[in-house]
Write a new protein. Structure first.
Length: 248
């Protein structure tokens, strides 16, 4: 999804914006080939009932309400389920960011404006002064979302949220008994490893290894296994913490 035009509905104020993804896929892309001849595999959408290959324009969405029984919904019918106000980002509340567990964060998008606008600047400054984020509801494509709008370095950032029923945190574990000495040692270890978050320092090491392997294969060189550093396992918690402090 790129260059999606919408608007922020803030009371009676309407702020046109353009949504663009913040994240781009950095993974090295591979094609699937037939091992025998190394030609690309073709994916065919096939109807076993009609025994024909089906084109994309002839595919519709169906919901199986009983075994092999479907009802279908057209794109127009999906559009009819959306009200006009859902086609904007309606602000429904302002909340503190630290009240939202990051586990609810799904995807982030940057909100650009088509032209310089006082209402956009006012909204950003109001967020900064209030030290809050805007909770909004909207529809992207055919899916309904709640999202937050927060200040980035130079832009407004929209982050879509998972619904509570989508979050699976599992069972709550019972708290283990720890000694004061163990806790103090753990805090010292945290202090020794404390650093400023500098994302430019954290490179995708695995993708670098893949790029290097591709270069070697092109040159006809062998890809040898990479030996990792072996870490000594210490079962005693206190001894493990003390040893960790010595190496940090």
């Amino acid at each position: 999804m790129a260059n999606l035009k919408t608007s922020i509905s803030f009371g009676l104020v309407n702020i046109p914006v353009v949504i663009n993804p913040v994240i781009k896929n950095n993974d090295t892309s591979f094609n699937q080939l037939h091992k025998k001849c190394e030609n690309r595999i073709k994916y065919v959408k096939y109807c076993p009932h009609c025994k024909v290959e089906v084109k994309q324009k002839d595919i519709i969405r169906g919901y199986e309400y009983e075994k092999d029984e479907y009802i279908t919904l057209t794109n127009e019918e999906f559009q009819n389920l959306q009200t006009d106000d859902e086609k904007t980002m309606e602000v429904i509340a302002f909340v503190k960011l630290n009240e939202i567990d990051p586990v609810y964060f799904e995807k982030s998008y940057v909100l650009n404006i088509p032209k310089k606008m006082k209402a956009y600047s006012l909204f950003k400054e109001a967020l900064e002064k209030s030290k809050k984020v805007a909770l909004v509801k909207t529809v992207i494509g055919s899916k309904f979302y709640y999202a937050i709008l927060r200040l980035g370095e130079n832009h407004l950032i929209m982050t879509t949220l998972y619904f509570q029923e989508e979050i699976n945190l599992g069972l709550v574990e019972e708290k283990s008994k720890i000694t004061e000495k163990e806790l103090n040692m753990a805090l010292k270890l945290i202090d020794s490893l404390t650093a400023k978050f500098e994302p430019e320092k954290y490179i995708d090491e695995y993708q670098e290894k893949i790029s290097d392997a591709i270069d070697k294969k092109i040159k006809g060189k062998e890809i040898k296994p990479i030996k990792g550093k072996k870490k000594k396992t210490i079962n005693n918690l206190l001894e493990a913490l003390e040893a960790s402090l010595k190496t940090s």
